[in-house]
Design a binder for this molecule. Sequence first.
Ligand SMILES: Cc1cc2nc3c(=O)[nH]c(=O)nc-3n(C[C@H](O)[C@H](O)[C@H](O)COP(=O)(O)OP(=O)(O)OC[C@H]3O[C@@H](n4cnc5c(N)ncnc54)[C@H](O)[C@@H]3O)c2cc1C
Ligand SMILES: Cc1cc2nc3c(=O)[nH]c(=O)nc-3n(C[C@H](O)[C@H](O)[C@H](O)COP(=O)(O)O)c2cc1C
Length: 562
Amino acid sequence: MLEENKLNTLLKLISSSTNEELIWMNGYLNGIVSKQISKEETVIKSHVNKLTIAYGTETGNSKRLATEFASRAKKKGVNAKVQSLDQYRFNDLAKEEYFLAVISTHGDGEPPAAAKKFYDHVHQNGFKLDKLKYSVLALGDTAYPLFCKAGEDVDEQLNKLGGTRIAPLQKCDLDFDAEADEWFEDVFKSLNDGSESLTIVKQVTPKKATGKKTYTGTVLTHIDLNDMGSNKQTYHIEIAAEDVSYKPGDSIGIVPENDKELVEKIFTLTHFDRDTNIEYKDELTSVLELLQKKLNIVFLPERVVKHYASVVQQDIAVTRIDLLDLLRLHPVKDGTQFLEILKILEPIAPRLYSIASSPEAHSGEVHITVAKNSFKVSDEIKNGLASDFLSHLDGSNELKFYVSPNNQFRLPEEDKNIIMIGPGTGIAPFRCFLAERDSTGATGKNWLFFGEQHFASDFLYQTEIQNWLETGVLTKVNTAFSRDEQEKVYVQHKMLQHGAEFFEWLHAGSYVYVCGTKDPMSVDVEQTLLQIIEKFGERSKEEAEQFLDDMKEEGRYVKDVY
Ligand SMILES: Cc1cc2nc3c(=O)[nH]c(=O)nc-3n(C[C@H](O)[C@H](O)[C@H](O)COP(=O)(O)OP(=O)(O)OC[C@H]3O[C@@H](n4cnc5c(N)ncnc54)[C@H](O)[C@@H]3O)c2cc1C
Ligand SMILES: Cc1cc2nc3c(=O)[nH]c(=O)nc-3n(C[C@H](O)[C@H](O)[C@H](O)COP(=O)(O)O)c2cc1C
């Protein structure tokens, strides 16, 4: 702001000037300001010829950031190129002048599928990147045991190959915007310093991520949506949380608790005192609380089994196994060794669930649709940790969760048409979309494809879907109940059956959303989409692929699959 005396002078000048004089002054000041800006830009222009910003993404966050940075770099006068790591030519790496990688972590500390080849490539030794100047921005989620692991690995590996860091690795939690921005500014400060005086970062001091908001909700409703005779258990869970804030398309992350009986068995076997307090993440916590709520004790990753073997100093086959089985087969010597084992256990990883409620229609609440995951291990029926935990909640339970945004999976403008393909629990975000469009009076048409095993027992949210059809919120619904007929029918068969109309919708600019199982569902659906474009859009195979690629690029074909 201007000092008071300067402001008074300016106001006097303005009040005594004619309109023409004011216009002239405006132009004059603009000229001075823009000259200063272009001076700043040319500082970089003079020594940075080329900057590549490569991204590895699964759900679009890294791509969004990389694209934003490239556009900001261009505004600063730098010739910045943005590229997906799956399209990146490895031979170019040695020729890069400045290379920025924006990469997330998925699975259990793995790189996104599209960045896997690049990740593997830089992990091969036998080549040098002596000229490379680089920096890595790693996206992740602090709730996972291997926070930002893929980014960390790429950063370390590029350094091992001879690359020079121009800014330290920045690891970001889900609320990444501010830190990502800081990293980008750091990078540009480095570029600005000029290649001669380039600040080379020898020591990696990854900055701490700030963390995200955790909500504590109360379970309001907990019902099994499947009827008698079903092979499935799918729970509709409503959680009240006054201050919750999310957008349609988001998920919530929940850290489940371990099965109480299993924890009891561990105490019975080890005779360890459950009330012993030990330090965990800077707090004193009882061993009971740790085993109940914090540490993963089932289906241990192989790296933990290896650690276990080295603590108990026994030969143990490196395979995923539960802690109880390890303790039975390869017992600890005493209480001290048991405490050592607790130290090598990892935190329980969160599980994500698509939000099935709408911020407009269900304010202060979050609804989810959870399928109980059951499977056989050597003739014993076991359950997935989180879905089993959630299936046992009742009205009195409190539940901690956080919102995991998905900026790729958003409703379009209110007058656009959408096609939703969501068999099984894939219906969840579409219940949200429909309730949201109903509440906001959106005018776009809505077409839903839903599938399950049996009409009578597995038609999730049947009453609501029928109501939306009657009131016109839903323009069309097609269902596929695979086990009601002799031949198995799935959603993709229904899409093909209505292929001519499906293509008309696509051609008219509809948005297509797919949610549910990644494999085989989303793979089959994609094949069918291509078939529909080929057959009903009269395109060649290559043209159909291009058509779908264009839809992806325009954000008109998006998936949230798991
Ligand atoms: C963005 C996103 C949205 C999602 N939305 C939904 C949703 O709306 N609804 C929904 O139901 N799910 C959803 N999921 C999936 C969900 O996050 C969980 O993956 C799912 O509920 C299974 O978790 P779990 O803890 O029950 O199973 P886990 O314990 O994680 O087990 C997973 C698998 O690991 C293996 N396994 C586990 N333990 C053992 C063992 N002891 N021995 C041998 N094998 C074992 C089994 O193959 C098992 O199926 C979503 C996932 C993502 C990423
Ligand atoms: C199934 C799944 C697994 C994940 N695993 C990890 C992990 O092991 N470590 C981590 O730091 N973040 C993990 N994340 C969080 C993502 O890295 C985070 O959401 C990131 O913002 C995604 O960026 P992207 O959209 O560019 O892929 C996981 C997310 C999902 C959905």
